[in-house]
Each structure stands twice: as C-alpha cells, then as structure tokens.
Design a protein around this ligand. Structure first.
Ligand code: OOG
Ligand code: NI
Length: 266
C-alpha cells in the first residue's frame, strides 16, 4: 500500500500517460494556458473474482482514508460499481467497477478465469497493484473472443490493473471555461470526443455534466500477435449544486454507461 494519496496518484498518472499520450497532451495544452489541473476522479476496472475484485482495489484507497459512497449497477454491461470519497475533498474521487464474469458465456468465463489463475493469490496486496497492468499472458485470439461479448472484458484482458482514466475538474479551471468550451478547445486541437449519448452526457438537471476523449490506440503485443487496440481516455466533469446548496459529488449511471464506451474501437 502507498503511504500517501499524493504518491499513489503520482504513480498512477505516470503509468497512465505512458499509454495515453493524448491525456498528457491535453494536460500540457491546458497547463500552457496557465491552468493548474485538479482531478475530479480516477476510474478503475476489474473482474468480480475474489483475488482481484472491486473490494481488493478499494482496500488501497480505504487504507488511505477513502470512504465508500455511491453504488451503481449497469445491467447491459454486466457491471457493478462503487465510488469513494476522501474527507479531504481536494483529493480525487475514485470510481471502481467490476465485471460480473458469470454473466458471460461459458467460453468467456473460462478465458477470464484462465487469466486470473496466472496471478499470485496475494497479487492485490502489492504496493504497485493498482498500476501493475495485466499480470497474465493473453492471446489476441482470446482478446477477440472476449471483445465479441464484452468490450470491458477485452479491455481488462489487454490492460489489466491501472487507471482507466483521469478526469479534469472543469469547475476548478482558473480560466472559468465551461464544459462546452473545453470540448471546443479539444476539437480545435484535433482530439476525438466520445459522442455516444451526445458529446456531453448529463447536465445541470442531474447535477453532473461529463465529456471524454476517445481512448488512444496502442500497439499491444499479445502472446500470438500484435494488435492496435484502444488504451485509455481523458474525461472532463462539470458539477452543479444540489437544491440544498451542496456541490453534487456522486456519479450518474446513465452517463457513466456511455463513458464506458470511450474505450470501444471507433
Ligand atoms: C468508467 C466509466 C464511468 C464516469 O465518470 O461516469 C465513469 C470506466 O470507463 O471504467 O468513469
Ligand atoms: Ni469517469
């Protein structure tokens, strides 16, 4: 386990930008305009198997003072998710989802369990677990089989444990740019946005508006061949005040359902 939130997120960011050059480029672009970028949240994915499930990932954050807040269910995508917040609200929120593997076909279940069998029982306790990548060998053949059933399962098989995305807190941009304006800057600079459910998912009516880039594409060496596949993406979140005056800190399942698709092949 990391002993500070800062060191954990610094390690996660370094791992993330290695396979997400566009996130680094967007970060540099905003920083060049004098922005100091604050993260709204960081997201993780996993399989619901005891060795490495949502709770095993969450333990790294609860050990640092994070607390479980919202629960989410994505029926069609076969996912369960939770979000976590730290009492120090300057720290990013954390969104962790897990795939309900047994809802896949027997063939896909066998592939996923074959991957998990390759990792040590105590893998999730390692200090670097949250950015340890795929701790298994996977073939392009199996990747394709998973892809036909679940983009999420295929993504996990290729990328393993790492930050799936960081998220810019649009509320905290010193320039005061709105989400619409941020999206325009991104498009003007040639970044592709996820348009599933519209460029902006949600809005003031659900107290959270979100947009994201489409994941970068990256050459991955599988055990049998190399494929160019989607890696990770960058998200932008604008939060609104609830009727009681508090800023909304939760997520919106209908919007998240579309954000997941940022790692779909275009
Ligand atoms: C998580 C998608 C959900 C959000 O902000 O709604 C999400 C993922 O793609 O793993 O991050
Ligand atoms: Ni997100």
């Amino acid at each position: 386990m990391h002993t500070s939130v800062e060191s954990l997120f610094a390690a996660l960011w370094q791992d993330y930008i290695q396979i997400t050059p566009s996130a680094h480029a967007v970060h540099q672009l905003l920083a060049a305009e004098g922005e100091e970028i604050i993260n709204d949240h960081v997201a993780f994915r996993t399989f619901d198997r005891a060795k490495i499930n949502l709770d095993k990932l969450a333990a790294h954050f609860t050990a640092l003072g994070y607390e479980a807040k919202g629960d989410y269910d994505f029926t069609a995508k076969k996912l369960t998710a939770k979000h976590f917040e730290h009492p120090n609200t300057t720290y990013p929120k954390v969104f962790i989802s897990e795939l309900r593997v047994d809802e896949l076909s027997d063939q896909a279940v066998a592939i996923v369990d074959g991957l998990i069998a390759q990792i040590p029982d105590d893998a999730a306790q390692a200090k670097d677990f949250l950015y340890s990548g795929p701790q298994w060998q996977v073939s392009a053949k199996d990747y394709r089989t998973l892809l036909a059933e679940s983009e999420y399962a295929a993504w996990m098989s290729a990328w393993g444990f790492r930050a799936n995305h960081f998220t810019v807190s649009v509320n905290q941009l010193q320039s005061g740019l709105s989400l619409v304006e941020v999206n325009q800057v991104l498009k003007d600079n040639g970044f592709a946005l996820n348009t599933s459910g519209g460029e902006i998912k949600g809005g003031e009516d659900v107290f959270l508006a979100q947009s994201s880039t489409m994941a970068d594409r990256y050459q991955v060496k599988f055990s049998d061949e190399t494929l160019e596949i989607p890696s990770c993406f960058y998200e932008f979140a604008q939060r609104y005040h609830l009727p009681n005056g508090e800023l909304y800190h939760g997520f919106v399942a209908a919007s998240a359902d579309k954000i997941f698709e940022s790692t779909n092949a275009m």
